[in-house]
Design a protein. Structure first.
Length: 225
């Protein structure tokens, strides 16, 4: 058993396991149980993170297309430099892959990062009403609950989701977040705002509560009988 643990620790690196070992006070079995629990929690959060990212970007794309009366809204001069550079980078990459075919808006939209879409909710885009509150008139953004139908509330919600998404997708610890169940609930609520049907799809795949309630201790015997 010791050799198996040593091999695993070497493979994952003591640095990556540092937070788990510190919490477990050097108990390697407990540390690995927490590590495995973190993997399961991250896996369980993937469906709600995936659906939110896709639904949110498409909601923004439709609202922007309506507001600017073109699906090529990203060619406008209203974008701030940081977002404009993101657009240019995506277009350059698409041309590198296939310079023969014209680039269509759907390709650009699907390649832009979740961070890009969140940045469009920044206060910078409320100045002189560049985007806000104008976008809130368009479907599906106008479906948001009245209390959330403000740029700052939408920005808070999507950036809170982005923080969780980045931790999960970058393989970082989330198990120790005391508000993790609340963040999961908030993510489901956000999805319901944008697309109730997508939220109903999630009901058949979401296992977060089950995994969270299981906790790490029960995994010790399962991993190291």
């Amino acid at each position: 058993m010791t050799s198996q643990l040593d091999s695993l620790i070497a493979g994952l690196s003591p640095q990556r396991l540092g937070p788990y070992l510190a919490y477990s006070q050097g108990d390697y079995r407990l540390a690995m149980a927490h590590y495995h629990w973190n993997l399961r929690l991250s896996e369980a959060l993937y469906p709600v993170l995936h659906l939110n990212e896709v639904v949110f970007r498409n909601a923004m794309h439709r609202a922007l297309s309506t507001e600017f009366d073109t699906e090529n809204w990203f060619q406008g001069l209203w974008l701030h430099k940081r977002e404009q550079r993101s657009i240019e980078k995506v277009i350059a990459e698409l041309r590198k892959r296939d310079n023969e075919q014209p680039i269509n808006p759907d390709q650009v939209v699907s390649e832009l990062t979740f961070g890009f879409w969140c940045s469009l909710c920044d206060t910078r885009y409320e100045h002189k009403q560049i985007l806000w509150p104008k976008l809130l008139r368009h479907s599906p953004l106008r479906q948001l609950p009245k209390r959330q139908r403000q740029r700052k509330e939408l920005s808070r919600a999507v950036n809170r989701l982005r923080q969780l998404r980045n931790r999960v997708f970058h393989h970082e610890p989330i198990w120790h977040w005391k508000d993790l169940p609340r963040r999961h609930t908030d993510a489901i609520e956000l999805l319901q705002w944008f697309n109730p049907e997508a939220a109903r799809v999630l009901e058949h795949t979401d296992r977060f509560n089950e995994i969270y309630q299981q906790g790490p201790t029960a995994l010790i015997q399962e991993l190291y009988p």
